[in-house]
Design a protein around this ligand. Structure first.
Ligand code: SMO
Length: 694
């Protein structure tokens, strides 16, 4: 069995040469299958597993009582939680959402496990799910926003509702666990944070972390959905340890719809006050962020991000923002590419567009009047964030140029005279990336080859290419002399992982500093082989940013929307991998198109999931991606030696704001002032009819 995780190139992944968790051979492994709740809320009146246990090929069946001892999953309390919902490996006395695992079955084959699940008799006393009170809330206050609001020349208000979305990585959740002779466990896991996974498992199951080896082999997309441990995964690790048998689980697509974390779902309302010249003076906002029936590690991040980032790049000092997070008897919510950033951008950009209309200013002009200047930075915002660097007005001016904005305005005016529904939408956004530290061990061998072992990990981002390029530049080598390895707690130095667009700026800086140390050692006359290990701690978050312009037409008869063109200007500081950066923008934009125009997880009023397969849940395809023109600026970040900023979420953050503004602009001649996502043909057709009837 291979344990040499020399990471493959992107080309190898495309050829099918990757090795994913489901590819790991695990002779004699038992398949985990779960009986899941088919009700959203209720007391377990009876749960009879005897018949299931007696079925052929069934090794064991467990219920909540068997795993009641396990500890809770640590939650990152960026907003303090008043009453933490219970983390249950298997339901404890009650069910709290459709899809919650109630019994775990260990079977010789998956189909035997599925048959046994049919023979488990679960009786529920169904009760009323209801919506609880918020369990975590936080207010950001600066100055006296209410007073300014009351005296302002102009106040605009907006509401943006983001549907729950399913992150939908191509590879579903996967885990494979093998007990080892020393009493330890090797765990192959489709995850984003191997070291954190090891630490959380050790803590929850009371196993010494030194006995656990977590390997994240190739991971087929994650988008934040794989940044936390799941009850099903904790069960597999517990069961393998308990039974001393290898155990594996591979989620079906429907299991992911039911019980993987959902993103978004945030409902935001805001008001922005302006003086007579269109200068923003005060901001008030309310962020309602839904939680599910349990909290993954990053459950509170989206609601926190949506608030702290909300003023964006604009000079609006007085503010009052309240975030409330409320559990629902639904699947858990968590981070999903952007994680609160698209929500912040959509609300502030709606407010800016509304103000432009009210003050009769061009959408570019009102933003240029309010964006912070490069000379102000670093600057502390009203929500206590330090914006590191940037030329925000510069990207707007570049966007205006590359999009040929003035000619497009004329084209839109002309087509409107012919009765067409067509509009332009602008969105400016910020992308704060991760904080903290990351590590790298770099070895320069006698044969001249260099091996990077990173504490970071990856899920398809061509990390090999960027880390190899950083090492090649520092050591004056060619990239093909560099190998990269990551995603194994046994062989790689301690690290955080691939979340929050942090890997190039922080993990890459660790590689850079380790290579510079090697270079110095070499120049001082040391002989090869040489190894350097560096733990790089960032001085603070980097704030990537950008501005997107979308041209959209809407079929007046059917409501069908079409993005005719998209222009994306991004500033991610120093860019290491130019092709990889462009790919991230395009892929991210496609996910933003999905969120803005087609995706929505639906539950009925009793908590039944209506969108449990790709028959019911639309996702963007190649033909949903419009013609895109990319342009970039490069304002280096002072926070790390590479000057790099995060960029992996940019497309997903900037797209919905621009698309929403474009759709509303397209229907504006009919008197439409607001629309909510997803902007499907039905949404737009309904808005057109309502406007015509008005
Ligand atoms: S939403 Mo990301 O994987 O931090």
């Amino acid at each position: 069995m291979t344990t040499d995780l020399r990471a493959p190139t992107p080309q190898a992944l495309l050829r099918g040469a990757g090795q994913y968790t489901a590819d790991i051979a695990l002779p004699g492994a038992l398949w985990a299958v779960f009986l899941r709740s088919d009700e959203a809320s209720g007391r377990i009146a009876s749960l009879d597993i005897e018949e299931a246990k007696a079925m052929p090929g069934i090794h064991a069946v467990h219920t909540g009582a068997d795993v009641a001892h396990s500890g809770g999953l640590p939650v990152n309390e960026v907003i303090p939680v008043a009453a933490m919902p219970r983390f249950a490996v298997l339901a404890q006395g009650r069910v709290e959402a459709v899809g919650q695992p109630v019994a775990g079955i260990l079977a010789e084959t998956r189909s035997a496990g599925l048959d046994a699940a049919d023979e488990i008799w679960l009786e529920l006393d169904v009760d009323d799910a209801g919506v609880d009170a918020p369990i975590a809330e936080k207010t950001w206050t600066h100055g006296d926003a209410a007073d300014i609001m009351a005296r302002a020349a102009h106040v605009v208000r907006a509401e943006v509702i983001h549907p729950r979305t399913a992150p939908l990585s191509l590879e579903t959740r996967q885990i494979a666990v093998r007990p080892e002779a020393d009493g330890g466990l090797t765990i192959w896991h489709s995850g984003q944070t191997p070291h954190r996974t090891r630490q959380h498992l050790a803590q929850m199951l009371g196993i010494d972390a030194g006995l656990l080896r977590v390997i994240t082999p190739d991971v087929g997309g994650a988008f934040g959905m794989k940044a936390s441990l799941y009850p099903e995964e904790v069960y597999c690790v517990w069961a393998a340890h308990q039974l001393q048998r290898p155990v594996r689980w591979s989620a079906t697509r429907s299991e992911d719809f039911l019980s993987a974390t959902h993103g978004r779902g945030i409902h935001m309302q805001g008001a922005l006050a302006f003086d007579a010249d269109g200068r923003a003076q005060a901001l008030e906002a309310h962020v309602q962020a839904p939680l599910g029936h349990w909290l993954p590690n990053s459950a509170l991040i989206p609601g926190w991000n949506a608030a702290r980032i909300l003023p964006g790049g604009y000079r609006v000092e007085a503010l009052k923002i309240l975030t409330e997070t409320t559990p629902e008897s639904r699947a858990a919510t968590g981070i999903y590419r952007g994680a609160g950033r698209p929500e912040a951008a959509a609300l502030i950009e709606r407010l800016m567009d509304k103000a432009a209309r009210k003050l009769d200013l061009d959408p570019f002009e009102i933003r240029l009047r309010n964006l912070r200047e490069p000379e102000e930075m670093p600057v502390l915002t009203g929500t206590g964030q330090t914006l590191d660097s940037g030329d925000y007005a510069g990207v707007l001016r570049l966007l205006r140029d590359v999009s040929g904005y003035d000619a497009r305005l004329a084209e839109v005016a002309h087509r409107r005279e012919q009765g067409q529904l067509v509009g332009l939408g602008l969105g400016f956004f910020l992308e704060p990336s991760g904080e903290g530290w990351e590590s790298a061990r770099v070895t320069w061998s006698k044969d001249g080859r260099v091996l990077i072992e990173s504490g970071s990990s990856a899920q398809g981002q061509a990390r090999v290419r960027s880390y190899a390029a950083i090492a090649a530049e520092a050591l004056s080598l060619s990239s093909d002399q560099v190998d990269v390895r990551y995603g194994d707690t046994a062989t790689c130095p301690e690290g955080i992982g691939a979340v929050a667009s942090r890997s190039t700026a922080i993990g890459g800086s660790a590689v850079h500093e380790a290579c510079l140390a090697l270079r110095r050692a070499r120049e001082a006359g040391s002989a090869l082989p040489l190894t350097e290990e560096v733990r790089f701690e960032t001085k603070g978050q980097t704030w990537g940013y950008g501005a997107y312009l979308v041209q959209m037409s809407v079929d007046a008869e059917t409501g069908a929307p079409r993005i005719e063109a998209a222009f994306c200007v991004d500033d991610a500081g120093h860019v290491v991998d130019v092709q990889g950066a462009a790919d991230q923008i395009v892929g991210g934009f496609a996910q933003g198109v999905g969120a803005a125009m087609m995706e929505a997880v639906h539950y009925d009023s009793s908590g039944q999931l209506l969108t449990a397969s790709l028959m019911d849940y639309a996702v963007p395809r190649a033909d949903s991606v419009p013609p895109m023109t990319l342009a970039d600026m490069h304002t280096p970040s002072p926070m790390n030696p590479l000057g790099a900023k995060g960029l992996g979420e940019a497309g997903t953050i900037g797209a919905p704001a621009a698309i929403l503004n474009a759709a509303i602009d397209a229907l504006a001649p009919l008197g439409v002032e607001d629309l909510q996502m997803p902007l499907t043909s039905q949404t737009l057709w309904t808005a057109i009819q309502a406007a015509r009837d008005a």
